[in-house]
Design a protein around this ligand. Sequence first.
Ligand SMILES: NC(=O)c1ccc[n+]([C@@H]2O[C@H](COP(=O)([O-])OP(=O)(O)OC[C@H]3O[C@@H](n4cnc5c(N)ncnc54)[C@H](O)[C@@H]3O)[C@@H](O)[C@H]2O)c1
Length: 247
Amino acid sequence: MNGRRLADKVIVVTGAARGQGAAEAAALGHEGATVIATDVSGGDGVRRLDVTRAEDWTGLAGELRERFGAVHGLVNNAGITWRARLGEVDPNDMARVQAVNVHGPLLGIQHLAPLMPPGSSVVNVGSSAALTAHYPVAYTTSKWALRGLSKTAAMELGPRGIRVNTVHPGFIETEMTASAAPAFREANIRETPLGRVGAVGEVTPLVVFLLSDESSFITGAEIPVDGGLTSHGGVKSVSDTLLAETA
Ligand SMILES: NC(=O)c1ccc[n+]([C@@H]2O[C@H](COP(=O)([O-])OP(=O)(O)OC[C@H]3O[C@@H](n4cnc5c(N)ncnc54)[C@H](O)[C@@H]3O)[C@@H](O)[C@H]2O)c1
C-alpha cells in the first residue's frame, strides 16, 4: 500500500527495531506519515528510547516540540514477555514486565499527549493474553493492566479529541514467538479458527486505520487480530472433539 492517508502526521512507534513495530513504522511511512521509530536497542533509522525511562520520553518530547511543534500519533508497541508460571514467578520479574508493558505506554501518553492536537490517535498493542487466562502470568497481568490504562486514557483524552484504541494480536510470527516452545505454536494453531498463525503484515493495516482520520469516531475500542483465537471462549477443543467423534 502506498498512499497519503497519514500525510502531515508525525507518529511515534515504540519497539520499532524489529517485529511488529518495524512493520508498523514502515506501513505508517508508506501512508505519508513522518515516523519516529524508537527502540531500547536503537539501530539504523531507529532512535534510542527505553519506554521505562521518563527521562528518555522527556528528551523525545522536547525534540519533537522543537522539530515539529506537534505529535499526531503514538503506537505503544514495545513489549516483553516472561514465561514463568504462577507457582514460580518472581515478583521482580512481574515488576520488570509491568514496567515495559504498562508503565512504558503510560509514560508515552503522559509525555506526548500534551503535544497532541484534536484528531490525534494513540494505539496500544495488547495481546490475546489480555483477553484470556494466558499461562505466562507476568505477561498476562501486564496486558490486562494495559487494557485498563487504554480505557482510562480514552476517557480522559476524549474531551481533547485524542482517541485511544487497543489492538490484540494473537500468535504473530516474530522473534518473540520464535522464542517459544514449538508446542506453543501448535497449540495456538489448534485453538485458532483460521487454523494458522498470523504475519506482521496482518496487524499493520488495522494500526494504520486507527492512526488515520478514517477511524475518527472510534475510541476506547479493543480489536483482536487473532484468527478468531479469543472469539470462542476456549471451547473450540470441545467442538473439535465432538466433530472428531462423529467423523
Ligand atoms: N508476536 C506475537 O505473537 C504477539 C502477540 C500478542 C501481542 N504481541 C505484542 O506485540 C508487541 C510487539 O511484539 P513483537 O512480537 O514484535 O516482539 P519482538 O520481541 O519481536 O519486538 C519487541 C521490540 O520491543 C523492543 N523493546 C523491548 N523492551 C523495550 C523497552 N524497554 N523500550 C523500548 N523498546 C523495547 C525490543 O527491543 C524489540 O525491538 C509487544 O507489545 C507484544 O507483547 C505480540
